[in-house]
Write a protein that binds this ligand. Sequence first.
Ligand code: XMP
Length: 514
Amino acid sequence: MKRETVVVLDFGGQYNQLIARRVRECGVYCEIYSYRTDLEKIKERNPKGIIFTGGPNSCYEAGAPTYTREIFNLGIPVLGICYGAQLMMHLLGGKVEKAPVREYGKIEVNTDASSKIFGDVSPKTICWMSHNDYISQLAPGFRASAFTDNCPYAAMEDESRDLYALQFHPEVLHTQEGKKMLSNFVYKVCGCAGDWKMDSFVEETIQAIRKKVGSGRALCALSGGVDSSVAAVLMSKAIGSQLTCVFVDHGLLRKKEGDEVEAVFGPSGPYDLNFIRVNAQERFYEKLKGVEEPEQKRKIIGEEFIRVFEEEAKKIGAVDFLVQGTIYPDVVESGVGGESTVIKSHHNVGGLPDYVDFKEIIEPLRDLFKDEVRQAGLELGIPDYLGFRQPFPGPGLGIRIIGEITAEKVKMVQDADAIWREEIAAAGWDKKVNQYFAALTNMKSVGVMGDERTYDYAIALRAVTTTDFMTAESAEIPWEVIGKATSRIVNEVKHVNRVLYDCTGKPPATIEFE
Ligand code: XMP
C-alpha cells in the first residue's frame, strides 16, 4: 500500500506515540523509528517529512542520542521538537546550554505569523514547555520565529532548507494550538495531501488480506475485546468462511459476556465465519485453585488460554495463517518501532501458541492506534458496544478477585459489576468515565441484615477518568449513584454486606486491584 508517510525519529521522549497519533489525526500516515535506525532505512520509506521527538538527555553531553547531519541535506522537511530542536541546532552549528531559568508548564509564547508553522495561530498562544537546556545561539541560516519571556528561541526555522524547530511540545493538549502547528507542518511545509483515511484503509486491507490468503485458511483467537473483534470482522469480510474464530470462555468474563460475543460472531450473527466457543470455565478454576499471587494468576490464565487454543487448533488441523490483533503501540513498545523499551509484560496475555500448525502470522491492525481501531470498527459496522467498550484485562475478573479465585466469588463479582455498570449507565456516567468496574476484596467483615449478624465480603467499586491509562483520577461519581448501586448490591448479591468506593488515583494506586 503506497501512502504518504511522515517519519517520527524517536530520541527517547515520552510523547513519541502522541506525536504520531496527532499527525495521523491530521490525515497523514506516520511511523515511529528509533534514532538508531540507519539513514538508508529512513530514505527507503520515502517520507514526506521527518519529526525529531523530545528526549531526556542533554544533546551536548557525550553519549547523548544523536543522528547523522546528512538527514538535513535530503531535501525532506524536518521538524525538531524540544530535544529534537536542540539537537538540530547543535548539529548545524548553533549552541545549546543549561538554561538560566528552567521552563516547565503552560507558557505564553509569542509567535511570528509569517512562519509557515504559525499560519493561523494566535500571536500569543499557550504552549507546553519542559526543558532544562535552551538554545542560546541559532545555527547559521536560522531565524527565530517565536519567543517567551525566558526563552529567546522558542521556535526557529530555515525556510530555505525546510528545517523547523520548536522548543515546546505541540503534540500535547496543553499546547492549545499544537495540532494546528503540526497540521501546518505536514500540509504547508511537507505538502502532504492527507491520504490517511479509515474508509480507504479498511477497503485496502480487505483487498490485501484476500490477495495474501488466497484460498488458504486462517485461524483467529477471539476474545470479544475491540482489537480481536475488529481483526476478526476485517478477516471475515475478506475471506468469509475460510476464517475460523476460536473464542475461549475462561470463566472470568463479565456477566453474560460470553453469550454476547456468541450473539455477534456465532452462527446467528451477521458475519460469515466459523465460530467455535470453548467453555473452559471449570478447567481454569481448577488450575487457579489455591493461587493468590496476582502475577502467578496472570501467568496461569495466559498459559492455560494458549493450551486450550492449541487443543482447538489441533482439532481443526493445519491452517495457513494465524490472525493476531496486534496494534501499533504493541509494535512500538516491543522495541521494533521507537525507542521505548517499556513492555508491560502482564498486559500481553497469551503470547504465541507453540503447537499451532500455521505458516504465517497475519496482523491486520498492526499499523493502527487504538482510536483508529475503533474507527475501523465503525467503518466495518461492528456494534457500538463492541467498538466502544471500556478496556477489559485479558485475565479478566481473575485480577478483580483479590486472593484465591473460586466459582462462587466469580459469580459475586459478576453480579456486583453488572449492577454497577447498569447504574453508571442509567445515570449517564458511562460516557464520562473511562473505566469502571467492581472488584471483590478479600475482606470479610461483620454486618447486620434484618436481625441477624452477618460475616460477609466487601465489594469495592471503581470508576476512573484517564486519557492514557498510565495515570488516572478517581471519578467523582454523585453520591446518589453510588448509594443506589450500594443498596442494590447488598440486597441482590449473596454474601456481600459492605460496599466501598475507591477514591485513590493512579499513582499511587493502579486502576485494577491486582
Ligand atoms: P493498571 O491496573 O496497571 O491498569 O493501572 C492499566 C490498564 O491496563 C489494564 N490491565 C490489563 N490489561 N492484561 C490486560 O490485558 C492485564 O494483565 C492487565 N492489567 C491491567 C487495566 O484494565 C487498565 O485499563
